[in-house]
Each structure stands twice: as structure tokens, then as C-alpha cells.
Design a protein. Sequence first.
Length: 291
Amino acid sequence: MISRTADLLYPNTFLFKSMDTKQNQQPPWQIRMFRKTLKKQMRLKHLRNLLSDIGPQEQCLLVTCGDNNGAMNYFLRQLGGKWSWAELETQSIEEMRQLLGDEVKLCSFDHLDYPDQTFDRVVSIDCLEHIEDPNIFTLELHRICKVGGQVIITIPGGDQKKLVNKLKNLVGMTKEAYGHVRDGLTIAELTPIMTGAGFTPMRKVTFSRFFTEMVELTINFLYVKVLAKKSKAAVKEGTIAPATEEQLKSVEKTYRMYALVYPFFKAVSFLDTLLVGSEGYVTMMEGRRDV
């Protein structure tokens, strides 16, 4: 039963095994970290469902803001199309470029450095929580998206009535600790923002429920409050996990211990399947550009 559930929540296991055995080479550190994540694998699963049937000539863009070492880019590129990469923070850009072998553009919320109507598909992962006025960035996504093009936005849910969000604030893992200026947006809050920018909201998804969030809170708390303070590598405020190889090496012993207990954390995360009817802690919404 657990293995069947694992396939549903973490559908990329075969990809990881294939990567490990290919030419008997160890995968890059970013990929090794990715396969020990919970929410990132869930996010990839839902993005793959929404980004179906990408044509070989379609122009696609992924925009991220800080919490990205290039692994998500790596797997999205395998879905087809011609991908470009934009990042809104400087910390991981060079190592992303090394992993991908592609240009990663440093952009800003009020200017994504691409011509009007460039992309057929635009994906924004965890960007809106870093800006006071989300309309500024959403209008930029609209500008660079072709008429009829697809946009997908993911962001923390932001509902402060949820239990784990209350616990985060109680233990000092506030939005500031995550490097955010807002708690996030619920489906109800994101919908008018997308509509106002000129997108027609389509499919809406929430994921990462109570059990996964509790595991993630435990891991993030340990890194932010303990490990990052002892790290020999510089750690930018708001960093909730190693973002560079140097930062990972600085906590290597602890990370090895985490890798050993990861199957336990993963099993706890599977308990989310008991809460399927409840709204998750992460918001994902698809839209289409009208005009």
C-alpha cells in the first residue's frame, strides 16, 4: 500500500534510479538533494500534470526566487519544448548555470528581461511571497506570455488559521525567517490577481497537507535556527536549506544523517493521503492569457 502511495506522491523515483545508474556516475549534488525532498517532488508532480503535451518548438520559461538550485529546471526541461530560465536572486545562479549548461538570467520583479509575448508557457515558483504588490510581477508574466499562452503560479497558501502556520510563528519560523514579505496567497486571494492581470484562471491545485508541513517545518527549523548559524559557508538570511554546494558541504555530516532518516519522514508525509479532502498549504493555479 505504501509503495503504491509513494508512486502517486513521488512519481519520479524511476527517473532518479535511471540517473544514478547511467554510466555509473553519481548525479550532481542538486539532483541528490532533490530526491530527498518532499514538497519539491510534489510540486514537480503537479507541474507535470499541468504542463502536458508541450510541443517541441514551444517557448517555455521558469521564473524562481531564491529557493532553487537548478534541479526543478533540470526535470522541467525533460518535458519538452525550448526552456529559458529566470532567477530573481543571485545566490544560486552560477551553480544553476553549471548544472543546466544554459544561461540563467538575473531579472527583477518589475522587469523580466524578455520581449513582449515571447513564451507559450510561463511557470512562476514561489515568487509572489517576496513582493509587497503581487500585481507588479503578475503583469510582467502577462506581458511576456503569448495570447492564449499558459501561466502557472505556485505560492505558499498563506492561510494563517491553519495549525502548522500558527506553529511556525510560535517557534520563530515567521515569514521573515523564510525571506518572505507576505505569508502567501490562498486560491481565493490569487484568483482576482490573475484575473486583474489579464489571465483566465483555469485549473487550481493545493498540496502539502498537515503531515508534510510538519516534517518540512522540523527540517527548516533545524537548518535556520541551528545549522545555518554554525555553517562555515556564508548563508543568506531567509535561506531555509543549503542553496549552494559549499553550504551543503558545510553541513555534510548532518545531511548524511538526514538522508538516513529520510524514509521515515517520507512515510510520515504519506499520511497526507488521509487528508485528501482538505486544502493544502501550497497554492498552484493555471491561467490563460486572454488578450
